[in-house]
Structure formats: structure tokens, C-alpha cells
Design a protein around this ligand. Structure first.
Ligand SMILES: *[C@@H]1O[C@H](CO)[C@@H](O)[C@H](O)[C@H]1NC(C)=O
Ligand SMILES: *[C@@H]1O[C@H](CO)[C@@H](O)[C@H](O)[C@H]1NC(C)=O
Length: 507
């Protein structure tokens, strides 16, 4: 028998030679969509080469990182088609900014192709979706190549409290590419891991409460969580129509431009939010002087409590200084009323509301499937019991599922909970923003996400610092509904002024 430590070191040495091999393929790495397009236009790169590069990266790194669940067997074919289209249109202006760009979709976003859509669960394997999700359709229309499905916390972490961030029964445990033993956060873990490790140019993720902002923060990538309704949720395995939103990780603005807009299958919310979409899109707000004159709110407690970690405290102080130097006006030492309640989902009413909304919207999603081994939440629970080893039910449980199954539509308690949440938003975040005439609230780390989640407000994460053990933490910017233009100006100018992002080191 090989002693355990030897086995570990053998595995590790194998792992590092693996990583070295992956490092060999270079120039595409860390390239932005703009870089890629100019390489296309100068005939230095084709979509096919780009897809092959990412497939190679996935083959090399994914056995360890588990950021990807499936690759699209038609991706190369689609890339060849994109190359031909580009050749045919030569001389005309730049086509769509996503044309020929390979993108991974979180595994809860339906695609009508050879890929499965399962939220990481074995229960949905071989289910047949009726059509592309609204956002997937828009990506295809923009000419993007769907490279595959990104891994995620199973059922977007709504199965149980005990399910680890980034774990699902289909792919196993997603790893943080900066420090492999560290939580990658969730539930859009694979979307963040994959972009961080250059397994795709960009990815789509979804957020109900923290699921884009947190993994972006922990994997040193930009993540945009749009205003609820700005992007369609049709065809996305749901949690809550009140809080769910589809967003994007890295090179996020061009992707946002492609996926926003009205969808007749998510009518009310997308209609309501469509008034926020600027006529000429969001890329116009990528301005390096975007911080000039912006009023930024700072809530020290709890968003700058770093447990006396000197490195983090001074890094974020330094960043606040940078914001000032770039022309922003900082309004410091603000407070959000009832912040303790807002941060505790069991007290605020959020848990009550989500449990009910989840059961109703998941059952509606499952009903729409053309074929599926499970037809209802009750079926999924039964499936998990039957395959409890594969789904690790003993270890990670399915208590949230059980609590959701016990609900019975929107009754008195749920109405009260939803009302409470909007009151907490109105008297907390909204009041603070309006009273101080703020463009954004700025927070160290992703904890601001809950404040944003309960009101459907947008947020952006930008890489900000690495702890002394090498773990990334981001700066997050949150604003009122429809404030994406200001948030993009602020986040982009901050990113350009700091440039903290560096590729992962696989420690
Ligand atoms: C979808 O799942 C089925 C069943 O496990 C599998 O055979 C198939 O290869 C999967 N599709 C892709 C594109 O991986
Ligand atoms: C509503 O919020 C208050 C704090 O403002 C909290 O104490 C209370 O438990 C919440 N009620 C419900 C029904 O969720």
C-alpha cells in the first residue's frame, strides 16, 4: 500500500505537471472580447482555434477544477460556421461583439441542443427542454458559441443548508483556482471558476441572493448581477420570480448588451425593466473617467469588518482613496436601517417567501419540459431519497426542499413576508441611496448581495485584493433599479485605476 502522504505528493506532482502543460498554450489567455475581435479581424485567430484552445484548457484543468459540467459536441462546428460568416462579411463593420465568442452557460439555463440542463442534479438528466432559454436565444442571435454548461452548486443551493458551495452530484466539488482548498462560493461557482481559469471567454450565471456576486468575488473576476427583469428568466430553472436574475461573469458588459430585453415568456418583469435599457447599449459606459462626480456611499458596518485583518483593512482603505482621487465623492459612515434583520433571511421573511416561490416556479418549469424523469418538487425529493448515495443526501441533506414542499401557495404568511421585504428595502437601502443622492453603495467583499437581492437591485463585483493566503476578494458596487449605466461607469473606472485581476496560481 502506498502511504497516504506519498500518494498525495504523487497526485500533486501529477497535478502540477498537468497545470504546466496547460500553461504552455498562451496568447489567448486573459484576452478580452475586444482583443479577440481585433485578432479575428487581423486574421491572427479564428473562432475554431479559440474553441480548440478552450477545449484543451478544459481537458487539462477541469478534472481538478470541475468548473464545467458538459462541453457542447457541436462547438467546433459552430465555430467553423462563425468563421465562414465572418469571411463572407469581410469589409463590413464589426458584427455583433459576441460573434464567434465561446460562452459557457450555468447548468440551470436551458439550451435546446445536445447539452443537458440539470442544475447539477442527476434527477434532471435526460430531461428535454422545450426551447432555448430567453438569454440563450439572445446569445445565439448575437452569434455567440455555446461552449457548454458551467458547473454550479446543485439546485442553486436551494436543496439544503448543508450543501457545499460549488458541489453537485454530476460534476463533484468545484474548486477555487486560486487556492484549491478554499470555497469557490456559489451558486454560479462554475461560471466564475471557468472564467477565472480561462476555460471560456465569458459565462452566464444566475443570482437569487449572492450567486453571482459572491463567486465573482472569490474567483477574482468581474460579475454583473442585473436589475431583476432586465434579463429574461424564461427557461431558467427557477427559485423566485421576485429575486432571480441572469447575469454574466467577465467581459460582462458586452454580454449584458446581448442578453437584456423584453421576452414574451417572462412578460411582466422584462416589460417593467425594459425602460431601463439605454438605446445605444451599455458598452458606451466603459469610460475610464467614469468615477468623476459620482457619489458613493460607505456603510462601514457590516461591509468593512475584516476581523482586524490588517492587509484587508488597509487594502480597502487604499481603494477608497483611489476612488476619491479619481473624482468620486465618498459619503462615509452611513447606516442601513434594520441591517441585521435584512442579513438574516430567517427573520426578514426572505426564507418564507423563497420557499413558496421556489415550489411554485420549479413545478411550473418542470411542467413545461417536453420529457422529464421528474415532474414536480415532490418527485425530485423522492428521486433524491432513491439515489441518496449518488446525491449525498445523508451528508448534505435536502431540508430546504422539504421546507419548500411543505408550503401551499401564496397565503397570508407569504404575503406578509414579501411585504416585509419591500418595506425593509424601502426604509433601508432605497432611503439611504435617495437621501444621500448616491450613485452607488461600495462594499468590501460580496456581503452587500443580500441587501440587493431582496429588492431586485443590481450589483457589480470587481477584483480588489488577495488575502495573505492568496484568496481573492472583490469590491462590490450596488445601486437602485436600472442604475447599471452608473454602476458600469464606476466599476470600469475602478477596474482601470487598480487592475488587480491576475490569473490563478492553483495553490
Ligand atoms: C447528456 O446526458 C446524457 C445522459 O447522461 C449523456 O449521455 C450525454 O452525453 C449528455 N450530453 C452531453 C452533451 O454531454
Ligand atoms: C419583518 O421585519 C421585522 C424587522 O423590521 C422583523 O422583526 C419581523 O420578524 C419581520 N416579519 C416577518 C413576517 O417576516
Amino acid at each position: 500500500m502506498i502511504p497516504l502522504f506519498l500518494l498525495t505528493s504523487l497526485l500533486l506532482s501529477g497535478f502540477f505537471s498537468q497545470i504546466d502543460k496547460c500553461h504552455a498554450v498562451f496568447p489567448i489567455k486573459e484576452a478580452t472580447i475586444k482583443d479577440i475581435h481585433s485578432a479575428f479581424n487581423q486574421n491572427k485567430l479564428t473562432s475554431k482555434q479559440l474553441v480548440e484552445f478552450y477545449l484543451e484548457q478544459i481537458k487539462c484543468l477541469n478534472p481538478i477544477l470541475k468548473g464545467v459540467i458538459e462541453v457542447n459536441p457541436d462547438a467546433i462546428h459552430e465555430a467553423i460556421k462563425a468563421d465562414e460568416e465572418r469571411k463572407a462579411k469581410k469589409g463590413s463593420v464589426w458584427m455583433s461583439k459576441l460573434h464567434g465568442i465561446p460562452i459557457l452557460l450555468k447548468d440551470n439555463i436551458a439550451t435546446k441542443d445536445k447539452l443537458n440542463t440539470t442544475a447539477g442534479s442527476l434527477a434532471l438528466l435526460r430531461s428535454v427542454v422545450p426551447r432555448d432559454a430567453g438569454v440563450a436565444k439572445k446569445l445565439r442571435e448575437a452569434g455567440a458559441i455555446i461552449l457548454g454548461k458551467a458547473s454550479m452548486t446543485e439546485w442553486a443551493a436551494f436543496r439544503s443548508e448543508g450543501i457545499p458551495n460549488g458541489w453537485n452530484a454530476r460534476a463533484g466539488q468545484g474548486k477555487n483556482p486560486y487556492v484549491l482548498s478554499v470555497d469557490p462560493c456559489g451558486s454560479s461557482s462554475g461560471s466564475a471558476i471557468s472564467v477565472a481559469a480561462n476555460l471560456a471567454t465569458a459565462t452566464l450565471g444566475t443570482e437569487t441572493d449572492g450567486s453571482i456576486l459572491c463567486p465573482s468575488s472569490f474567483n477574482s473576476v468581474v460579475g454583473i448581477k442585473p436589475t431583476v427583469g432586465l434579463t429574461s428568466r424564461a427557461g431558467v430553472i427557477p427559485i423566485s420570480p421576485r429575486q432571480d436574475t441572469v447575469g454574466t461573469v467577465s467581459d460582462a458588459v458586452y454580454v449584458l448588451d446581448a442578453i437584456v430585453g423584453y421576452d414574451s415568456r417572462d412578460t411582466e418583469a422584462t416589460k417593467r425593466a425594459s425602460k431601463y435599457i439605454p438605446h445605444d447599449g451599455y458598452a458606451q459606459f466603459l469610460k475610464s473617467d467614469g468615477l468623476k462626480g459620482k457619489r458613493l456611499g460607505i456603510v462601514r458596518n457590516p461591509f468593512y469588518n475584516f476581523d482586524d485583518d490588517k492587509l484587508l483593512t488597509s487594502a480597502f482603505e487604499h481603494h477608497l482613496q483611489t476612488l476619491r482621487q479619481a473624482g468620486a465623492i465618498l459619503v462615509d459612515n452611513l447606516e442601513i436601517s434594520h441591517i441585521e434583520t435584512i442579513l438574516d433571511s430567517s427573520v426578514s421573511g426572505e426564507d418564507t417567501a423563497l420557499n413558496t416561490e421556489f415550489k411554485m416556479s420549479l413545478n411550473a418549469y418542470l411542467k413545461e419540459l417536453v420529457a422529464s424523469p421528474v415532474q414536480s418538487l415532490a418527485d425530485v425529493i423522492a428521486f433524491n431519497k432513491k439515489f441518496s448515495d449518488e446525491e449525498k443526501i445523508k451528508e448534505f441533506g435536502q431540508d430546504t426542499f422539504l421546507a419548500a414542499e411543505a408550503t401551499n401557495g401564496i397565503g397570508k404568511a407569504e404575503k406578509k413576508a414579501v411585504k416585509n421585504l419591500s418595506k425593509l428595502s424601502k426604509n433601508g437601502f432605497v432611503k439611504l441611496m435617495k437621501k444621500n443622492k448616491l450613485h452607488a453603495l461600495v462594499a468590501g467583499g460580496p456581503d452587500i448581495s443580500r441587501v440587493l437581492a431582496i429588492g431586485g437591485f443590481p450589483g457589480i463585483n470587481v477584483p480588489a485584493v488577495y488575502t495573505n493566503t492568496g484568496v481573492p476578494i472583490g469590491m462590490s458596487f450596488g445601486g437602485l433599479k436600472g442604475s447599471e449605466p452608473s454602476l458600469i461607469e464606476i466599476a470600469y473606472a475602478f477596474e482601470q485605476a487598480t487592475k488587480i485581476r491576475k490569473p490563478p496560481t492553483f495553490l
